[in-house]
Design a protein around this ligand. Structure first.
Ligand SMILES: Nc1ncnc2c1ncn2[C@@H]1O[C@H](COP(=O)(O)OP(=O)(O)O)[C@@H](O)[C@H]1O
Ligand SMILES: CC(=O)N[C@@H](CCC(=O)OP(=O)(O)O)C(=O)O
Length: 261
């Protein structure tokens, strides 16, 4: 099986012009088939504040009312996605930027929850692996924004870590997939404020323990849940690490590797 890397880039890197530019240079230099998934939650929150649209997050998920859906669509599928693609072109990496609606690439349904109304939040049903494969085979890097659609004309907002997991999972039937969650820290840390405390490997048992001790919290919990789901669904390797160390991560020399046992 041929190799594919699916890399998710975190919100704090997208927000930092210099770090984003350095990261995209490194991404452009990766040989072989590659997909970049981005979010941009911080930027969406900033724009919503400027527009006076109040935002609410529950368990790391944005409650997405109609106004918020317009904002996230503009920010993720518009400004951020196109800026990333343009920068990849500047680095001589041909790329195409897609939302889940483009080419019917990611279908989802509006989240149904017994007590919480998440609004226009989408849970993924299907990834169009045929289209993605045809683009990858033309040596085009795919840049995915976390906006999905329900097939009936409704756009939906889906967490970017989940988009990366679902895409990696779907493509693992065709490729040997490495999934990388890159963000501003050196990996999963024993002390979230100390970059020198990288935990080299995490398995379900150590994850449980670290969570109980509250050494893993906030956005790292859904990220690790996505990481384990990917690993249990056919993805070969899942690593969480620092965006600046992309090449070391891919070589297995940096970050936190997620293990089955
Ligand atoms: N043990 C930990 N190691 C590293 N980060 C952690 C840990 N526990 C919680 N976190 C938090 O998780 C955040 C990453 O999650 P999130 O903000 O959702 O990621 P992203 O930047 O990819 O969107 C970090 O910024 C950090 O504050
Ligand atoms: C439903 C939901 O929560 N969607 C996320 C999508 C963006 C995202 O995941 O961005 P980061 O990776 O930068 O956090 C949101 O709107 O915040």
């Amino acid at each position: 099986m041929e190799k594919l890397v699916v890399i998710k880039i975190g919100g704090n890197i997208i927000d930092d012009e210099a770090k984003l530019s350095a990261f995209l240079k490194d991404f452009a230099a990766i040989e072989g088939k590659k997909i970049l998934v981005h979010g941009g939650g911080k930027l969406a929150t900033k724009l919503a504040a400027q527009l006076g649209v109040e935002q609410q997050m529950i368990d790391g998920r944005r409650i997405t009312d109609a106004e918020t859906l317009k904002i996230v669509t503009m920010v993720y599928a518009g400004a951020i996605n196109k800026n990333i693609v343009a920068q990849l072109q500047a680095n001589k990496c041909n790329a195409i930027g897609l939302s889940g609606a483009d080419g019917n690439v990611i279908k989802a349904h509006k989240r149904v929850h017994p007590t919480i109304d998440y609004g226009f939040v989408g849970d993924v049903d299907e990834v169009n692996t045929v289209l993605l494969k045809s683009l990858l085979e033309q040596n085009i890097a795919v840049v995915l924004a976390p906006i999905t659609q329900d097939g009936n004309g409704q756009l939906l907002n889906t967490n970017a870590d989940t988009i990366a997991q679902e895409t990696a999972k779907a493509l693992s039937s065709i490729y040997k997939v490495d999934l990388v969650y890159s963000f501003e820290k050196s990996g999963v840390l024993l002390d979230a404020n100390d970059d020198s405390t990288v935990i080299k490997t995490i398995n379900p048992a150590s994850y449980k323990e670290l969570k109980e001790k509250q050494l893993i919290f906030a956005g790292m919990i859904p990220k690790l849940d996505n990481a384990f789901t990917a690993l249990n669904s056919g993805v070969t390797r899942v690593i969480i690490g620092k965006a600046e160390q992309l090449h070391h991560i891919l070589n297995g020399n940096a970050g936190t590797t997620i293990l089955h046992e």
